[in-house]
Design a protein around this ligand. Structure first.
Ligand code: NDP
Ligand SMILES: O=C(O)[C@H](O)CS(=O)(=O)O
Length: 490
């Protein structure tokens, strides 16, 4: 690690965006016992903040306040709610540079990418501010002459939210925006690695006019405790989680006791398939975008790259050349394309997958080794087989493993041979093949001739063990509404 330290406040135009206390029931609070936890810059290893370390008691207060604030919030018109969300969006975009610097400092992604995440995160607040005005009901032709049937949709209640470190802004807004638009209260617990982006969001929520108590950010190093509070507190009507499938299973088990409605955005193992008839240069561009975005730390990153035999060597050569142009370094340094991994566990996992592949006969085309601190050489391996760990486990790092295949049917079978089903990608130009493959892949999201699929206007989510529900799009608000059927006898 460098000896350089990160004095974030001096980097910000508006230093008040950097908060270290939790935002609970409309107030900025320390933990009742004064406890704090450290936030470090993964690029430099230095401590950039000490943040309030809340326990269940403070979180319970946030939940109670959210329930209390819902009454007035749902009494407002949809237009008033929409206007406040629009103001929040505007404030996020006005402060995009500062929010990006805070995000880079605590998560590591290059500033340009962090600013891109701020725009992506803000887009959910803009989108659901608009959707707030379109929560329609139904009238149904009565089943008897004296019956008048209607269906109305009402906010589900207080939402508990748990989010990961890899998108510390967008994963929260992808949840809180539809929740608030639907009229719900919201209590968000960000990952301990990246709480500062969430707290900066709360600063701007307050400025935008989000009512005190409706929206809280509860920072804590005690993830399991907070998860239990969300699952056991009867005022919580909805749990929304983004993170690993392993933790998703724990939460679903805990949620069962109260039959708590859950949305789960979980792990992935995305196949990226390159057919003989693909535009190879486009396929390399798509593979670079999908694989190395956020240094490979996204749930929709290409995790397995299948290349048809006829173009395997050419693709491997082109991909390696593109990978060698990546510039690894501190995300706050101009021109850096690839930041550090989030922690030592992440570095160890990438190294484990590489060593396992090499032991099985794979070959390093470029990269392959850890660098100083949490940095890792962007890596391309050839000779990957289905017996290797990288075939069944999500690497969550800068490793591009190339599998060879012969036929279309083989590619589909191998691509689907996983417990996950979040995102898949393929490059081909034959219209018959494109149609067959896009329909045969068992995934919630399929990118055809593109490696980037994320947008607020489309439904994001997985099948199989990649999750439950969809976020974003006109569907994303459904998970925060309950349908009420009214049968009026006249
Ligand atoms: N489908 C999707 O959209 C996404 C999926 N993921 C998946 O998550 C993994 C990487 O992210 P990572 O953060 O390591 O995932 P984790 O599942 O370990 O953590 C996700 C969040 O859950 C918290 N958490 C951990 N254990 C518990 C628990 N027992 N009860 C309540 N909360 C808990 C974490 O807190 P803390 O970090 O403080 O320990 C973090 O805030 C990958 O598998 C990736 O694919 C990640 C992002 C998006
Ligand atoms: O956490 C993730 O990986 C995100 O869900 C992926 S995306 O929505 O930013 O593409």
């Amino acid at each position: 690690m460098t000896t350089q330290t990160t004095d974030l406040k001096t980097l910000l135009k508006d230093p008040t965006l950097l908060q270290t206390r939790a935002y609970v029931a409309g107030a900025w609070i320390d933990a009742d016992d004064g406890a704090t936890f450290e936030v470090t810059n993964p690029a430099r290893g230095d401590v950039i903040a000490r943040v309030a370390d809340l326990s269940r008691a403070e979180v319970a207060r946030a939940i109670t306040a959210a329930a209390g604030a819902m009454t007035a919030w749902t009494a407002r018109t949809a237009k008033e709610r929409a206007q406040i969300l629009r103001k929040w969006f505007d404030l996020m975009m006005e402060n995009q540079e500062d929010l990006g610097k805070i995000l880079t400092a605590e998560q590591g992604k290059p500033l340009a990418e962090a600013k891109g995440e701020i725009a992506y995160g803000a887009s959910f607040i803009e989108w659901f501010g608009e959707e707030a005005k379109r929560i329609y009901g139904e009238t149904i032709p009565g089943h008897q002459p004296d019956k008048r049937l209607t269906v109305i949709r009402q906010p589900i209640g207080v939402v508990g939210s748990i989010t990961p470190w890899n998108f510390p802004n967008a994963m929260i807004t992808r949840k809180c925006a539809p929740a608030l638009a639907a009229g719900c209260g919201f209590v968000g617990r960000p990952a301990a690695e990246t709480p500062l982006s969430a707290l900066a969001l709360a600063v701007l929520a307050e400025r935008a006019g989000v009512p005190a108590g409706l929206f809280s950010i509860v920072t804590s190093s005690r993830a399991s405790d907070i998860g239990k509070e969300f699952c056991e507190n009867p005022l919580i009507r909805k749990l929304t989680f983004t993170g690993s499938t392993q933790v998703g299973r724990v939460l679903l088990r805990q949620a069962a006791d109260q039959v708590l409605k859950c949305s789960m955005e979980l792990g992935g193992n995305a196949p990226f398939i390159v057919f003989d008839d693909a535009d190879l240069d486009a396929a390399v561009e798509g593979a670079m975008a999908s694989k190395f975005r956020n240094n490979g730390q996204t749930c929709v990153c290409a995790n397995r790259i299948y290349v048809q035999a006829g173009v395997y060597d050419a693709f491997a050569e082109k991909l390696a050349a593109a990978v060698e142009k990546l510039r690894v370094g501190d995300g706050l340094t101009e021109g850096v394309t690839t930041g550090p991994l989030i922690n030592e566990k992440a570095v160890a996992k990438v190294e484990e997958h590489i060593q396992n592949a090499l032991a099985g006969g794979a070959t390093v085309v470029t990269g392959g080794k850890p660098m100083q601190g949490l940095f890792f050489e962007p890596t391309v391996l050839t000779g990957i087989t289905d017996a290797m760990q990288v075939s069944t486990e999500e690497t969550f790092g800068p490793l591009a493993p190339l599998f060879r295949f012969d036929t279309e049917a083989e590619a589909i079978t191998r691509a689907n041979d996983t417990i996950f089903g979040l995102a898949a990608y393929f490059y081909a130009r034959d219209i018959g093949r494109v149609t067959r493959v896009q329909e045969a892949l068992e995934y919630g999201i399929v990118g055809v001739n593109t490696g980037i699929i994320s947008t607020e206007v489309a439904p994001f989510g997985g099948v199989k063990q990649s999750g439950l529900g969809r976020e974003g799009s006109r569907h994303g608000i459904e998970d925060y509404l309950e349908m009420k059927y009214i049968c009026l006898s006249i």
